[in-house]
Design a protein around this ligand. Structure first.
Ligand SMILES: [Zn+2]
Ligand SMILES: [Zn+2]
Length: 315
């Protein structure tokens, strides 16, 4: 607990340091912190998938997969469904005051689980705790930049912007302090925070630098409309979409021919599927307003369980 708290304190201070870079308009620091977004995303995702998930599955047993999914969905709900305007990175356009305040509230669950992640990982073993701390710390500076610049874009003072970042840091410390007090978090904090970490890395940080602005529609439509926008004919556009379909068929045909794919195709495609779902599709609608898109997203996750129940009863 004590060493976890010390590391969490450093992570929490990262929020404030990020905010100070914004309020002091330190251009050099802000440019450096921007690179933390890409580096932090890679490190976080690697720690979440390679180190945290296997430990979470060992700790939470059969409940683990659903808890990871619940952590992921909870961040989407608080940060993007209940919140009118939120995205990672420095806020560069004017927003209303409510946007700043609601982003702080929406981020509290995520930053609380930043702390739960550190504490839960230290409960498993110190080396894991240290690795998770680094992963969390790397996105704490951009997190401070995000929330403080959003507050200032909404017309708040520099002091209020730093106060908002400090609140997020305090939520992280609360996460550490509460984890070994609440028996549910002792057992399942790691699985829940794995889902939260995957959301932050794959759906908040990766979309910030992937150059997503071009993509607006599902795969077939995107490729053909991109080709058309690039001055190609309708026939060439349909041909390009057909090539993607052919690549999919080739994947199916080759999987049982290549022994490596027979054994490891599922694990590799799990990573690909996480990228497509969390880094390509979710960012497409996470900034859009209204209840229909979030409702469709949560219904998609719920329908998975209905489908699974049907398949389980049949087999
Ligand atoms: Zn914005
Ligand atoms: Zn965070």
């Amino acid at each position: 607990m004590s060493s976890a708290f010390g590391y969490a304190l450093v992570a929490a201070l990262g929020n404030v340091v990020g905010a100070l870079a914004v309020t002091r308009r330190a251009a050099g620091e802000l440019a450096l912190i921007e690179h933390f977004v890409a580096f932090g995303a890679g490190f976080m995702l690697a720690v979440a998938l390679v180190e945290v998930l296997p430990e979470a599955f060992a700790r939470s047993g059969p409940a683990a997969p659903a808890l990871v999914l619940a952590g992921y969905l909870a961040v989407h709900f608080t940060q993007h469904t209940l919140t009118p305007h939120f995205h990672f990175g420095e806020e560069t356009h004017a927003v209303n005051r409510v946007a700043g305040t609601s982003a702080v509230v929406g981020l509290l669950l995520h930053t609380f689980f930043d702390g739960v992640a550190i504490a839960s990982a230290f409960l498993v073993r110190p080396a894991l705790g240290l690795m998770v701390f680094i992963a969390i710390f790397l996105h704490k500076l951009p997190e401070g930049v995000t929330v403080s610049s959003l507050m200032m874009a909404g017309g708040r003072s520099g002091g209020q912007a730093i106060g908002a970042a400090a609140m997020l840091g305090a939520a992280t410390l609360a996460g550490v302090a509460l984890t070994d007090q609440i028996s549910f978090l002792v057992h399942h904090g790691l699985a829940l925070s794995a889902g939260v970490t995957i959301y932050v890395a794959a759906s908040n940080l990766v979309p910030e630098f992937q150059g997503k602005r071009v993509h607006k529609l599902p795969e077939g439509v995107t490729v053909s409309s991109l080709m058309m926008a690039g001055g190609r004919s309708g026939g060439q556009a349909i041909g390009a979409a057909a090539m993607l379909g052919a690549a999919t068929l080739a994947g199916v045909a080759l999987t049982d021919q290549i022994s490596f794919l027979v054994h490891h195709g599922l694990a590799l495609s799990a990573g690909v599927t996480i990228y497509v779902a969390a880094s390509n599709l979710v960012p497409e609608f996470q900034g859009k307003r209204g209840w229909k898109l979030p409702a469709a997203f949560f219904a998609g996750a719920a329908t998975f369980y209905v489908t699974k129940a049907i398949l389980d009863s049949v087999s």
